[in-house]
Design a protein around this ligand. Structure first.
Ligand code: PMP
Length: 436
């Protein structure tokens, strides 16, 4: 029998299961969602790692409302509008030195495709057209478009889709539960995992490699935090061989780690950086790619009448997104949110999540900034089942968490109060105790 839940084919969702027990959200404000029947749910994951300033923030709401009335849409090719330029100027004040050019997209996936194409085109424009190979990392998540799943390292996201992009290879992931279980912040062991890049360079020759893309902290595969010295080493190897380093900061950008970007937290500056999510506080779809001056300038060296980069989207620099972005940056600045996930609140969050150590079947806990992960022992033959049980239990008790495989991920809005951290962790504690 057809139901009201049939027409919508939901992304990354078991539709058949969902419609047996639909979970609907109807309203949101601050740290909370509300269901259609008025139940209040504490948001432990900032929607989907994106609502960093909390929900329905007045400055953002008002900026979107005003923009919709003033100008709904403007074509972005060979045309512009003031807020697109204003937002870019404001954004590059937050980025690490040198990353001072912004290319707009509409999502994290589009940012990744843009960055990969930019890297290949950059080498071509400067006369190294043979540098086309792209290197990702096992367990990496870079969105769902063809470039992103090709450099990505999540088997389930790749296996249905054929041969994917040619000329892609992967370095090993950084998860090392033997040596690093229950680390706080950056794990001590594993800087040498970066040397795996040298293996691929030896195999393919550096002169064929355009770029390496990694998430500074891998989010969607269970919050994998880079070992101390790892990103520095990756940077050094890329420099030695003329390979561009791309950081995918779709999750780590905009204060998640207590700095505007992970690049600042870890003291490593990539050549290209992709963002989305927190750029508009999740309110209007938008992404961006930050690029080093030199890369940008290389594209600008051709004859003046030519288009410099054959790439862009109908909705690049959409006026509503730019307005939302400006309102978002105002909110972050006024409330000091981009720094809030470091220092005292980070320590409080760290101690709270690590208080779950010792509960049955908890095999690892990881954290940095305001992101945390609790990894559970998988049930043989039924991966992800136990964590999903915990997710459902928390949902019933008014706390929204997220699961990726057998890992429970927390990434609350940066406005979270200590008492709300307690509520999330206490609810999780109960759910973990009840989990089979
Ligand atoms: N890159 C990373 C690191 C992400 O975490 C995500 C989304 N979670 C994406 C890219 C894709 O972003 P989107 O879903 O907006 O396309």
């Amino acid at each position: 029998m057809r139901t009201e839940f049939d027409a919508y084919w939901m992304p990354f969702t078991a539709n058949r299961q969902f419609k047996k027990a639909p979970r609907l959200l109807a309203r949101a404000e601050g740290m909370h969602y509300y269901t259609p029947d008025g139940r209040k749910v504490l948001d432990g994951v900032a929607g989907l790692w994106c609502v960093n300033a909390g929900h329905a923030r007045p400055r953002i709401v008002e900026a979107i409302r005003a923009q919709a009335g003033e100008m709904d849409y403007a074509p972005p090719f060979q045309m512009g509008h003031p807020k697109a330029f204003e937002l870019a100027e404001r954004l590059v004040q937050l980025t690490p030195p040198g990353l001072n050019r912004v290319f707009y997209t509409n999502s994290g996936s589009e940012s990744v495709e843009t960055a990969l194409k930019m890297a290949i085109a950059y080498h071509r424009v400067r006369g190294e057209g043979q540098r086309t190979r792209l290197i990702g990392r096992e367990r990496g998540y870079h969105g769902v478009n063809f470039g992103g799943i090709s450099v990505g390292g999540i088997v389930a996201n790749r296996r249905m889709f054929g041969t994917l992009l040619a000329g892609v290879d992967h370095i090993r992931h950084t998860h090392d539960p033997q040596r690093n279980a229950f680390s706080r912040g950056q794990p001590a062991h594993g800087a040498e995992f970066a040397d795996d890049l040298e293996r691929l360079i030896a195999l393919h020759d550096a002169s064929t490699i355009a770029a390496v893309i990694v998430e500074p902290v891998a989010g969607s595969t269970g919050v994998l935090i880079p070992p101390q010295g790892y990103l520095q080493r990756l940077r050094e190897i890329c420099d030695k061989h003329g390979i561009l380093l791309i950081f995918d900061e779709v999750i780590t950008g905009f204060g998640r780690l207590g700095t505007p970007f992970a690049a600042q937290r870890f003291g490593v500056t990539p050549d290209i950086m992709t963002v989305a999510k927190g750029i508009t506080n999740g309110c209007v779809p938008m992404g961006a790619v930050f690029v080093k001056q030199e890369i940008h300038d290389t594209f600008m060296q051709g004859p003046e009448h030519l288009i410099e980069f054959f790439h862009g989207y109908t909705y690049s620099a959409h006026p509503l997104a730019c307005a939302a972005g400006l309102g978002t940056l105002d909110t972050y600045a006024e409330e000091g949110l981009l720094e809030r996930g470091s220092g005292e609140l980070e320590s409080y969050f760290e101690n709270a999540v690590h208080s779950l150590k010792g509960l049955p079947r908890v095999i690892d806990i990881r954290n940095i900034g305001l992101v945390g992960a609790i990894e559970l022992e998988p049930i043989p033959g039924e991966p992800a089942k136990r964590a999903f049980q915990v997710f459902l239990d928390c949902w019933e008790r008014g706390v929204l968490i997220r699961t990726t495989g057998d890992t429970i991920a927390l990434s609350p809005p940066l406005i979270i109060e200590k008492s709300q951290i307690d509520q999330i962790v206490d609810t999780l504690r109960g759910a973990l105790q009840r989990a089979a």
